[in-house]
Design a binder for this molecule. Structure first.
Ligand SMILES: [Zn+2]
Length: 259
């Protein structure tokens, strides 16, 4: 459905950096999976060989990308605990496979705690531990984002600061993007109103405010939809939106204003 309606995948990192390279007329979309279930990434035995289950998320994405290479296959897996994907014997293989094949691994805390109930110290312990666990298994890889378990976001400033960045047992972490459970599409990354510490997401469901609801909404209101001009080097902005342009995000890249 996304492909047919002109949506193309970008990564979490691309969204953070404002790199939207999807071709003219296309709309960028970021796909995230929470919890690291077996159905996200499953290895099965087939004729004495170990292969990626064609019915798990990675298998389905790979097969689709083979037939539709312009859709891309980057997607982010937000993991918690010490046994993501529930097949300990393949954990290192899976993590390296994801990073080597254009997928992303992001944080979903260490113990799937509701972070709205924790103080800064406990938050730093949870977020520092999961990042170290993953980064030790995939040397050189850096986690940049966090999906909030249960969408829980603390109210006080110190705890919120500990979600954005912190340190635990010498391990520094930084969550440049933080995902809520969400119920609506997010704004452009170069919009000042975009809160990177509490980004909306849309559920892949048929329910109200699920993906079908919003795709239909964009079909009916194409003026609300972000459409790329195909030029990844330049930001094209409506004159009326200039007031909320984040020049910090744009950096020294070029801006083109249309009326
Ligand atoms: Zn979860």
């Amino acid at each position: 459905m996304l492909y047919e309606k002109g949506y193309r995948l970008i990564s979490v990192s691309d969204y953070i950096d404002g790199n939207i390279d999807v071709g003219a007329g296309m709309t960028p979309v970021v796909v995230t999976f929470d919890d690291g279930t077996l159905s996200n990434f499953n290895i099965i035995e087939e004729n004495g060989e170990f292969v990626i289950d064609p019915d798990c998320a990675v298998g389905i994405i790979n097969a689709f990308a083979e037939e539709h290479p312009d859709f891309g296959r980057t997607s982010a897996f937000c993991l918690f605990g010490t046994n993501p994907f529930r097949q300990g014997e393949y954990l290192e293989y899976k993590l390296k496979y994801l990073v080597d094949n254009g997928f992303e691994i992001e944080s979903h805390s260490y113990g799937h705690e509701n972070l709205s109930e924790l103080g800064p110290e406990a938050i730093m312990k949870s977020l520092g531990k999961i990042d170290r666990f993953i980064e030790e298994k995939v040397p050189g890889y850096r986690i940049r984002a966090l999906a909030l378990p249960y969408g829980g976001r603390p109210k006080d400033d110190q705890a919120r600061a500990a979600i954005a960045q912190g340190r635990f047992e010498g391990n520094e972490y930084r969550n440049e993007a933080v995902f809520a459970v969400g119920w609506q599409p997010e704004r452009s990354p170069i919009d000042m109103k975009t809160d990177f510490q509490y980004l909306n997401r849309v559920h892949a469901s048929n329910e109200k405010f699920g993906i079908r609801y919003w795709l239909e909404d964009f079909d009916n209101h194409p003026e609300k939809r972000f459409v790329s001009d195909g030029d990844a080097e330049t930001f094209t902005v409506n004159e009326k939106d200039l007031a909320s342009l984040s020049y910090e995000k744009v950096g020294d890249r070029a801006i083109r204003v249309i009326k």
